[in-house]
Design a protein around this ligand. Sequence first.
Ligand SMILES: Nc1ncnc2c1ncn2[C@@H]1O[C@H](COP(=O)(O)OP(=O)(O)OP(=O)(O)O)[C@@H](O)[C@H]1O
Length: 320
Amino acid sequence: MAMVELRDVSKRYRTVRAMENVSFRIPPGVVFALLGENGAGKTTTIRSMLGLEQPDSGTVRVLAMDPRKDGIEIRRKIGCVPDAPKLYDWMKVSEIAWFAGGFYPEGYVAEFERLAAEFELPMNVKIKTLSKGGKAKVSLALAMAHTPELLILDEPTSGLDTLVRRKFLESMVDVASAGRTVFLSSHQIPEVERVADYVAIMNEGKIRVCEKLETLKAEIEQWVVTLENPECSLPPCDSFLLTHEGIGQRRQQLTVRSPEPNALWALRDTEGVLQVDVHTPSLEEIFVAYLKSGKNDWRSEQNSLPRDVPVSDASEEAKS
Ligand SMILES: Nc1ncnc2c1ncn2[C@@H]1O[C@H](COP(=O)(O)OP(=O)(O)OP(=O)(O)O)[C@@H](O)[C@H]1O
């Protein structure tokens, strides 16, 4: 079963297209990161998954349920940390755990206490006296204490210190390796790169690419071309080119995906080309390349989380 599946989901606010034909499918046991700049449509996507926003068209399924009808049930089953969690901050940590525990089966408070100990969170202090990081840990422990199969986190690390952010994200890898699924939205790309199995890059309401991170890193290269003089022209490579930028007068940087086998040699043999250096881009560079290219990568439909292949296969692939 797909933990989350969106098909051609669109949502418009007056003139703003917050989501445009958004499709992706998330198998169990992975960390899935939705990346996008401010206003890309990440929160709208999450709100649609929670049944807090009604899309204009398309289908959303979360744990095989329809958020339009089963929003409350979905929100009860999953764990969620919204972008601005609201906590009763006059309560002590222990009190909020007991309060929340009233909505869940037995065992919630014990698991909360275990998580609090793991996060080094004091139980006997008022929430309002905690740092931002401390409050984020409370939100996360509250979302995780009923051991949900799916954890949805909207910008979970914004405002946290680097070390706390790292620890937090690393704990998400543990959650996924226990077979549960983590969906997180973020614009902290370098950190996401350390933990994500799949990434979707969203821009202006559209998913530009949605793929296994490993595949993106294996297939995308940066070619830095040094020219004899600025007038030299390069051979055509539109079919695999994401971006082409000048770096000063005599250098050009091409970001390419799955280039034709002889393309690099052809480029190196081109008259006026002195040197071509090949680099593996970081996820941040891949992100920028997709944003600049404005392309919707057809491969993300075909290769990443194929619609026609049983999701369990994609999950097995993710673990291997
Ligand atoms: N309730 C609303 N009414 C009108 N416009 C909205 C509403 N909610 C979101 N938008 C617009 O939809 C677009 C997508 O917003 P959304 O909050 O989903 O982006 P985001 O990727 O989560 O951004 P951020 O990283 O800043 O939180 C933005 O242009 C935003 O202004």
